[in-house]
Structure formats: C-alpha cells, structure tokens
Design a protein around this ligand. Sequence first.
Ligand SMILES: Nc1nc2c(ncn2[C@@H]2O[C@H](COP(=O)(O)OP(=O)(O)OP(=O)(O)O)[C@@H](O)[C@H]2O)c(=O)[nH]1
Ligand SMILES: [Mg+2]
Length: 199
Amino acid sequence: MKKFGSAVILAGGKSTRMGFDKQLLKLKKKRLISIIVEKLNKEFNEIIIVTNKLEYYKGFRNKVITDEIKQKGPLSGIHAGLKEAESKYVYFIACDMPNINLDYIRYMKKRIYKLDIDACVTKLGEWIEPFNSFYSKDIVKDIECYLKDNRKAIYPLLKDLKTYYIEEKTARQFSPNWNMFLNLNTKKDLKKYVDLLDF
Ligand SMILES: Nc1nc2c(ncn2[C@@H]2O[C@H](COP(=O)(O)OP(=O)(O)OP(=O)(O)O)[C@@H](O)[C@H]2O)c(=O)[nH]1
Ligand SMILES: [Mg+2]
C-alpha cells in the first residue's frame, strides 16, 4: 500500500454557529470547497469529500461519499474517509479551513514517512489541532469501537493511540499567526476573512 496520496475534506457537520451549511461557503463567488480541492490537487492524487449532502457536489470530479456511522461528528467523517482512502496515511482538513499550507503538509510527510504511527497532529499549547493532520488507515477499527461506546471526542482517542505530536513552536515556523489552522465557524469569522482577501 502507498504511504501517501490521499486527502479527505470533512463536510458533514451541522454548522450551527454559522447558521447556514458551511460546505456551501463561498469566498467572493467561488465555493471554498472547490478552492480547497484545487489546492490539494497539487499534492494528492486522491481527494475524497465526506458529506451528508451528495447533491451539493454535482460536477465535482473527485470522490464524494457519505458517513457510514452517522451523526457522531468529525470522527464519523474520519472513519468513512479512512475506509475509502487508498493510502496508509491520509491527510484531513475541514470544509471551513481556507489556508492550506503545502510546505507544512510536505514537512509532516517527511517527519512520519519512516515511522509506524496512528496519527500525526499539531499541538496548540496543551491542546491539539484535529485537522491539517494525518491519520492512519490502521485506526478504522479503533474509531468503530470508540463510537460504539458513544464517545466522540478526538483528543482522548488520540491519547490512547500511537500519536505523533508536532510542537506548536515548530508549526509556528510555517504559520506564525496560526492561519493554517484557521476555521470559519461564524459569520463574523467569515466576514473578517473575506475582508482581507486579495482576489
Ligand atoms: N462527515 C462528517 N463531517 C462532520 C461531522 N460533524 C462535523 N463534521 C465536519 O468536521 C469539521 C469540524 O466540525 P465543526 O467546525 O465543529 O463543524 P460543525 O459541527 O458543522 O459546526 P458547529 O455546528 O457550528 O459546531 C467540519 O468540516 C465539519 O463539516 C459528521 O457527522 N460527519
Ligand atoms: Mg470548526
């Protein structure tokens, strides 16, 4: 099995804070998720969108799938994405994260290439960033057991697994203001971001 090559965009949430479905977000008339797909195409040969609304993706040429274990939040999407993906290590990003950093993706790949780990995530203080991260196909069963217990949080799951952590200080060398982890949760986040766009 190939080590790398697959990337997954999670797009199956409830978007309660935004007030409309975040997978339909547009930045100056262009769908954010199309912008994300285009950027990921530079580094990955398989891009998978995990959504609850297949009808939003007419005309998309990449794979679009639904959750198999539904209504359990991001881990539902990670589970479906890992099962579908062709490579061992799979890159995950959320549909509301506009700043893909290819240099950082390549850096993570280099760091984990020779290791056998379950996930590679970045620390923010004592917390972790669940996206802009890699997960291994090997944890599909672990996620299934975890969701069966009705647990949904990613952080404690990663604590039980062989997780490779990248320190905040290291990640800040690639993204000093942390914008590679920025996610647009509210209309206020969106406006602030769009006002700064230079296209
Ligand atoms: N496939 C899938 N993705 C999900 C699910 N729940 C959340 N996500 C995605 O996970 C990412 C992070 O989730 P949040 O930012 O909390 O998104 P959300 O749950 O839609 O938003 P809020 O309701 O405001 O918390 C987003 O890309 C969501 O689309 C789910 O059940 N299935
Ligand atoms: Mg979010």
